[in-house]
Ligand binder design. Structure first.
Ligand code: AMP
Length: 479
């Protein structure tokens, strides 16, 4: 069960939190289109509305008006392959002996089954196959014996994997990031409160100020009246494992992730792509929307180096077609690419063309695109990709297809080039990624491009000496 999502948590000084939560979920819609949900607390009880579908369809004025209280959390969930998954829509909420809990999770635990079995043996009954319920039960259990901070610490010691969580315990909103910081989470300030969100674009949408990112292993506790926050560094891991694919594809270009504007990072990756494998063609064009920043950086570097190449749009996107990944069968995915993208003949006909995309996953998009451009009269088609070949699945929170479906899992780059029928194909190197993101390999999760993961994934190799931080350290308290 994968959790590929966006999370938010808000605490305000008296004003109802439902609308700001709703707007933040809109800002995070790209992180999940299967379901959307909000849980609020009015000081006496929790209110909840979770529904399948896009944010705009899941809520209306009536159900927003019923979500009372100045604090709450929200969630958007990514579609799982093969269709909808009603059981796992979030936030997950539960009432237990000493209070109520709501949880919104982005990431994926690698030891959820083990923790679930242990809790089941102690009498906990589970209603879903999701990780989030496991975290909720473990936390509820710990809260019977310890205060909030100690209870969260015990749960963090027990669960292993990637998680950025927003949690509501009675009227207190918390944010937690896993010790290796795999998924993003940031903290922002509003005029009358504080917000925790997967991406800073959500803070911008609320006219807030980004304060900083939540640190790996850190717990942030928002004061119930929106008056401030406390920080607890609960676990210090020797290394981080930030997901490089957030920078390449998943996050919005206008978000700041791990200290860097995603748009700038993508343009820099495009420049590196030219440095590594530039080829002069009449025109450079992006695969919209995900290739845009890469293609503009690539074309800029090309022209600086003396190439005379036009940077132009040669493919128009139908903005009402969702991500092709939502289509469950290969046949539908192929049709969806054609529905989604249409060539602008005048930019293409009789010309040599470079198309730039952020990534190739199954190869459906690139194969279809090359044939589309060929039909539109392109003389040569060169494909440049702003990430290394994706050779292995993601177990940590991004729906990336299974190993058998990945075009690069068992083919060389030459083999892929032949399969998509392009004149040339080049990917970006891992070194260019680390350079553009200003990080060492040791600080990134590169599992999908190396097949070696920074967490203990059953049956897979690791690139770490230690995948699980030592537990039981002292808690430091700041802010
Ligand atoms: P594919 O057609 O399977 O090779 O997918 C490649 C296209 O999907 C590229 O244009 C990417 O921008 C986009 N993409 C990459 N990763 C994902 C993902 N996890 N979910 C949805 N789309 C993705």
């Amino acid at each position: 069960m994968h959790e590929k999502c966006g999370v938010v948590g808000i605490s305000l000084d008296g004003r109802e939190a439902a609308r700001p939560l709703y707007y933040s979920l809109y800002a995070l819609q790209h992180r999940g289109q299967e379901s959307a949900g909000i849980v609020t607390h009015d000081g006496f009880q929790q209110h909840e509305h979770v529904e399948m579908g896009l944010v705009g369809d899941a809520f209306d004025s009536d159900n927003l008006a019923a979500l009372n209280g100045p604090q709450g959390i929200g969630h958007v969930r990514y579609p799982t392959e093969g269709g909808v998954n009603e059981c796992c829509a979030q936030p997950f909420s539960v009432s237990f002996k000493s209070g109520s809990l709501g949880l919104a999770h982005n990431g994926n635990l690698v030891n959820a089954d083990e923790v679930r079995e242990d809790l089941a043996a102690l009498g906990h009954a589970f209603t879903s196959a999701g990780d989030t319920e496991v975290i909720a039960h473990d936390l509820a259990r710990n809260l019977l014996e310890a205060d909030l901070v100690r209870a969260v610490k015990s749960t963090m010691d027990r669960i292993h994997g990637s998680y950025s969580l927003t949690i509501m315990h009675d009227e207190t909103v918390l944010g937690v990031r896993d010790p290796q910081g795999n998924r993003p989470l940031c903290l922002g300030e509003l005029d009358d409160g504080y917000v925790l969100a997967s991406e800073s674009a959500a803070v911008d949408t609320l006219d807030g100020e980004l304060i900083r990112e939540v640190k790996p292993g850190e717990l942030i506790v928002l004061a119930p009246d929106g008056a401030g926050y406390d920080s607890y560094q609960l676990i210090d891991a020797p290394q981080t494992a930030h997901c490089f694919f957030e920078h390449v594809y998943f996050a919005r270009p206008d978000s700041i992730i791990d200290g860097e504007l995603v748009y700038d990072a993508r343009r820099e990756l495009g420049r590196q792509l030219w440095e590594e494998s530039g080829i002069e063609t009449d025109v450079v064009m992006p695969v919209p929307d995900s290739g845009r920043a890469f293609a503009s950086g690539y074309a800029e570097a090309a022209n600086e180096a003396g190439a005379e190449t036009e940077f132009a749009e040669g493919l128009m996107k139908n903005r009402y077609v969702g991500r092709t990944f939502i289509m469950p069968t290969q046949d539908e995915r192929e049709r969806a690419v054609r529905l989604k993208l249409n060539p602008i003949k005048s930019t293409i006909e009789g010309r040599s063309v470079t198309i730039v995309d952020d990534s190739i996953v199954r190869g459906t998009t690139s194969t279809q695109l090359v044939s589309l451009l060929r039909d539109a009269g392109a003389e040569e088609i060169h494909m440049r990709v702003g990430s290394p070949p994706i050779v292995a699945p993601c177990y940590l929170g991004i729906d990336m297809a299974s190993r058998e479906e990945l075009i690069a899992a068992d083919r060389t780059i030459d083999g892929i080039e032949a399969e998509i029928e392009a004149e040339s194909l080049s990917y970006l190197s891992i070194d260019a990624i680390t350079e553009a993101l200003n990080r060492t390999r040791a600080d990134l999760c590169l599992g999908c491009v190396t097949g070696e993961y920074p967490y203990d994934v059953e049956g897979e190799a690791t690139d770490r000496d230690v995948t699980r931080p030592s537990v039981g350290r002292e808690t430091s308290h700041g802010d």
